[in-house]
Design a protein around this ligand. Structure first.
Ligand SMILES: CC(C)(COP(=O)(O)OP(=O)(O)OC[C@H]1O[C@@H](n2cnc3c(N)ncnc32)[C@H](O)[C@@H]1OP(=O)(O)O)[C@@H](O)C(=O)NCCC(=O)NCCS
Length: 267
């Protein structure tokens, strides 16, 4: 087991990689987030399944922090109620940037948490484009689309084949996948993520169709609420969410690792 003490200003959390914990004693994460507690077991499973890293912080007898990390993209998410634990987890990897409830560096971007509480109250949406579930054979086209739009992408991070908890949907135009998006439903809670439309096809209603298709599936899968995190400067995505009846309920921060920060030891 490679638990290692990590110094902190006022407490002394221990940070351990999940795989290094003794088998049969999975950590139970309590209340680490205003919005994402119901999703944490799913996030952990999905991260491990995709080859990512899961680190847990423990300051006393309970786990009070979680870091999900993707080594390829060098991004990840911290979940904790403690700014001290968040700072310790922020210093753990030589990342590009990490999401957290707290701003953890000089360079941060604000993300708004949008939530729809009453699914399906509005008038039925008229689809302008056929939206379908992605299939295994769509993987290369979807990865190509995501790489074109975002640069470095780890395909393992974005499952294409539908699972019980997560679906990927796509819109095709003339046989080419031009838009894609994901929806997760766990414990009656939904989350929309990674909505992406090729720039050539913007302002044709494809993003809106992908939003509504995911809401329909989330309702059918038993979601009572749906969340989505959207960057402050992302006017288009916010417009789609707001038009669909979502409202801002909170904030997250994407904090960039300072270039002068020491490189963490990997032991
Ligand atoms: C966000 C995104 C998916 C929108 O896709 P889209 O297919 O162009 O969206 P729609 O055509 O359905 O647009 C719906 C509404 O959003 C708003 N909107 C869309 N693009 C906009 C823009 N560039 N500026 C301002 N408002 C915009 C408009 O209100 C639009 O309705 P309108 O065309 O009737 O005026 C697309 O811009 C995109 O892929 N962006 C990059 C990736 C991204 O930011 N993803 C979101 C992650 S949360």
């Amino acid at each position: 087991m490679s638990a290692r003490p990590v110094p902190s200003p006022d407490r002394d959390p221990t940070v351990v990689r999940l795989e290094d914990l003794p088998p049969g004693a999975p950590p139970v994460f309590g209340d680490l987030s205003d919005f994402f507690n119901p999703f944490l077991p799913h996030f952990v499973r999905a991260t491990l399944h995709g080859g990512g890293e899961v680190w847990a912080a423990r300051s006393g007898s309970t786990f009070d922090g979680l870091l999900l990390y993707n080594e390829v993209e060098r991004v990840g998410s911290i979940f904790t109620r403690s700014p001290t634990v968040a700072q310790v987890l922020f210093g753990l990897k030589e990342h590009v940037a990490l999401f957290s409830d707290f701003p953890l560096a000089g360079h941060t971007e604000v993300y708004h948490v949008f939530r729809a509480d009453r699914l399906g109250d509005g008038p039925a949406h008229q689809f302008a484009h056929p939206v379908r579930l992605a299939r295994a054979g769509d993987q290369p086209a979807i990865v190509r689309l995501m790489k074109e739009m975002y640069g470095r992408i780890d395909p393992n991070w974005l499952p294409v084949v539908p699972s019980a908890e997560e679906k990927c949907v796509v819109v095709e135009v003339s046989g080419e996948i031009v838009g894609t998006a994901w929806v997760t439903v766990v414990n009656g809670q939904g989350r929309l993520h990674s909505l992406s439309v090729r720039p050539h096809y913007w302002r044709m209603g494809i993003g809106t169709d992908l939003w509504h298709a995911r809401i329909l599936w989330a309702r059918r899968a038993g979601a009572r609420q749906v969340l989505s995190e959207i960057a402050d400067q992302n006017v288009a995505s916010q417009a789609i969410a707001t038009a669909g009846g979502m409202r801002k309920v909170g904030q997250l921060f994407l904090s960039y690792r300072p270039t002068e920060a020491p490189v963490p030891r990997s032991d």
